[in-house]
Design a protein around this ligand. Sequence first.
Ligand code: AMP
Length: 213
Amino acid sequence: MNLILLGPPGTGKGTVAQEISSRYHLPHISTGDIFRQNIKNKTALGQEVESYLNKGDLVPDDLTNRLVEDRLNQEDVADGFILDGYPRTLDQARALAEILENKKAKLDVALNVYVPDEIILKRLAGRRVCESCGDTYNIYYKKPEVEGTCDTCGGKLIQREDDSEETVKNRLKTYEEKTAPLISYYEQENILKTVDNSASLDETLAQVKEVLD
Ligand code: AMP
């Protein structure tokens, strides 16, 4: 099964993707995670993309498309994948279709993760990440036992640079301009399915199960 996840930042796409990945045994490919990992490891790619991420701008399409093509050519995706955060523009959607066509494959589902705007803002502004192990928390919805400290490893919780208020606003604006048109693109392709992730993760996963099974 070849899946992509759509939806603005702050809908909890990443968490939904991780759950689907473990339940359906599909490799979870998050372009945002790949970029952040490269920035953390100070690779050439990381240095190239760092300023885009810090401002909440999109990394250029050609670079992102090449990265995804390389990833989709690896062996572990032969039986399917879940792409999280890609495609984010119409150009990327067309590039993905071409990459898959060359592999004689196609997308099965574009899963749109919906959450009302006011919840999105709290999720983004409240998000904290452990700087040591990467576990995520939220000061409104998923508080750590000790403020500012990771429950899992005791590491320090920080706000991701791209979760700052100014960057969050820019990321949402970028989503509306560049990514929202993909909803009608995949609707026309007849593979769009929407799940509501404003209540509990279990409720969302029940909807996902209905769609995917
Ligand atoms: P995410 O974790 O998916 O919200 O991605 C974080 C940031 O990585 C985005 O704000 C962009 O700067 C960059 N990024 C991730 N995926 C893409 C993509 N498909 N195209 C361009 N930029 C991306």
